[in-house]
Write a protein that binds this ligand. Structure first.
Ligand SMILES: CC(=O)SCCNC(=O)CCNC(=O)[C@H](O)C(C)(C)COP(=O)(O)OP(=O)(O)OC[C@H]1O[C@@H](n2cnc3c(N)ncnc32)[C@H](O)[C@@H]1OP(=O)(O)O
Ligand SMILES: CC(C)C(=O)C(=O)O
Length: 516
């Protein structure tokens, strides 16, 4: 008796075999061993480590994985051919729990490929499963393209495989053709109508060509399948395979209607997802369920407010459950005051209501210019807020800079000094030089520019630049800083910030002396 009737669903991961079949997703030997180790630690029941006959490299990888994996069964794929099966066995035989997986395409078009008629195929299945079973007591049979195979013939192939000793029967939806109701009906039909079906585990192996792989796999489980074949991030041929993280989390989150358990430690999901994305070179789409960058991110004010009051308003699972440390409140132009206050508090700023109001206005201005406002942007905004607080003597009103390959670069600037507007048009060796020349003309001073430094606060071409300026006068130094998505504007503001501090210093040391 198998655990077919029980509620435990085995997770069969084929990231290293079907996943690696994604065009361009080849992984190195060491990467495969590392991923297999992580899969084992995560609680995957069966790791399909490769297709040993495919190449010496695949053989080596499967053999080495078989040696290092501690708990999971290690499986090697083989065509329904003795040479393939022998090679697969050679690779997996040293595993603590080895498995041979053999298959042939049973649908009309696949029978055409191998040139076998129904009787010829029936004989091949019998011979190859028997051969595999003579080597290993754990044999998986797959009638490839099962969902496009005539039901009567499909039943016949499964009947033969069970009689020949297969312990797991896989029903692949090889081209992602089925739909949930049909997926369930096929499994139900086989379990009800094939003799000995209750002695084996039925498995489902779905592809995502129509975006239904997860739904089809879960429908198969509801009909009695007890093994899901899947890959991390849904990697795999064409549109990929069923994503491990999706089926596992679906059964966990909706255990009320899908009362099935797995051995997966879901907190390891995020780490392995990132690892697979990195080694396969297949980045995870931002809005991918469970592991996408945005899966636990909230940008709009109403959602953020809800999340802060009660996370269950907009999250059906906790980010910690998949290994993320926290929900991310993405700050952008749709964010509201509640999220801004919470974010700033997390960053160590406690603001009174009126201060929050001011910062919120500046935050919205910034968010209109930037797609996403990062923590670093907020820190820069806060430091700008602090440095520009009070009654600045000099204030920038507007500026326009012309730059390009044909110099000289020019700057037109309007600012106020003690409330009086002044305007200048200057040139310079580059836009920053032209800007600083405008400042020298509008606010004459002898202080020397001791440092000019630009730093991108965040990534991307719309990142804020933080500019630091130091001015030296009579051996004393004042520092100014400012941030803006426009580097030249940030430079002007930083210089003005330093000038204002210079004037404050002068007033402190010689109250009677006024700035020019
Ligand atoms: C749906 C799936 O994911 S199936 C797995 C797909 N994965 C792969 O194919 C990756 C590994 N494959 C390979 O490296 C190669 O295809 C090999 C080494 C297996 C075979 O290479 P070759 O001998 O050069 O054969 P080739 O790939 O050109 O053609 C496949 C042959 O296998 C036969 N074949 C295909 N599937 C099966 C099967 N399940 N059982 C028996 N024979 C099969 C085909 O009929 C064809 O035979 P032919 O050469 O007599 O016409
Ligand atoms: C070998 C089989 C299980 C397969 O990968 C498929 O049918 O997609």
């Amino acid at each position: 008796m198998t655990d077919q009737k029980q509620d435990h669903v085995l997770i069969f991961d084929t990231t290293l075999r079907d996943g690696e079949q994604s065009p361009g997703a080849s992984m190195t030997h060491d990467e495969k061993v590392e991923i297999a180790t992580l899969l084992d630690e995560m609680g995957v029941d069966i790791i399909e480590a490769g297709f040993p006959i495919a190449s010496p490299g695949d053989f080596e990888a499967v053999s080495d994985i078989a040696k290092v994996v501690k708990e999971a069964q290690v499986c090697g794929l083989s065509r329904a051919a003795t040479g393939d099966i022998d090679r697969a066995w050679e690779a997996v035989r040293h595993a603590k729990r080895p498995r041979i997986h053999t298959f042939i395409g049973t649908s009309p078009s696949h029978r055409g490929i191998t040139g076998l008629d129904m009787d010829g195929m029936a004989e091949r299945i019998h011979d190859m499963v028997t051969h595999a079973r003579n080597l290993c007591d754990n044999v998986q049979w797959s009638s490839m393209d099962a969902t496009r195979t005539e039901p009567e013939f499909l039943k016949r192939t499964i009947d033969i495989a069970i009689k020949a000793g297969a312990t797991t029967i896989n029903i692949p939806d090889t081209v992602g053709y089925t739909a949930p109701r049909e997926s369930a009906e096929i499994i139900r039909m086989l379990i009800e109508e094939v003799p000995g079906a209750d002695e084996v585990i039925f498995a489902t192996h779905c592809h995502n060509d129509l975006g239904m792989a997860t739904a089809n796999s879960l429908a198969a489980v509801e009909a009695g399948a007890r093994q899901i074949e899947c890959t991390i991030n849904g990697l795999g041929e064409r549109a990929g395979n069923t994503a491990l993280e999706e089926v596992v989390m679906a059964m966990k989150v909706r255990n009320d209607i899908m009362p099935y358990a797995t051995r997966i430690d879901t907190q390891k999901i995020m780490h392995i997802s990132r690892m697979v994305a990195s080694v396969s070179g297949f980045p995870v789409q931002y809005n991918k369920a469970i592991v996408g960058k945005n899966a636990f991110a909230h940008e709009s004010g109403i959602h953020q407010d809800g999340m802060l009051k009660d996370a269950s308003t907009f999250e059906i699972m906790r980010p910690e459950d998949v290994g993320l440390t926290e929900t991310s409140l993405v700050m952008g132009k749709h964010s509201g005051r509640a999220a801004l206050r919470s974010k700033l508090e997390n960053l160590g700023y406690t603001l009174a209501d009126n201060q929050l109001k001011d910062v919120f206005v500046r935050f919205k201005e910034l968010a209109d210019r930037k797609k996403e406002v990062y923590d670093e942007d907020l820190i820069a905004l806060m430091s700008d807020q602090t440095t520009s607080a009070g009654h600045d003597k000099v204030r920038l009103m507007e500026m326009e800079v012309r730059c390009g390959t044909t110099g000289p670069q020019t700057c037109t600037m309007v600012l106020t000094v003690d409330g009086e507007a002044r305007r200048a048009e200057t040139t310079g060796d580059g836009p920053v030089d032209a800007t600083f020349n405008a400042l020298k003309e509008l606010v004459p001073h002898e202080a020397r520019l001791a440092l000019y430094q630009v730093q991108a606060v965040t990534e991307g071409t719309d990142a804020q630049a933080t500019v630091s300026v130091r001015l030296e006068e009579d051996g004393k130094i004042v520092a100014g800083q400012s941030s803006d998505t426009d580097t030249v504007v940030a430079s002007a503001k930083a210089y003005i910030n330093a000038l204002n501090k210079l004037f404050v210093r002068r007033e402190k040391s010689a109250p009677e002396e006024l700035a020019s």
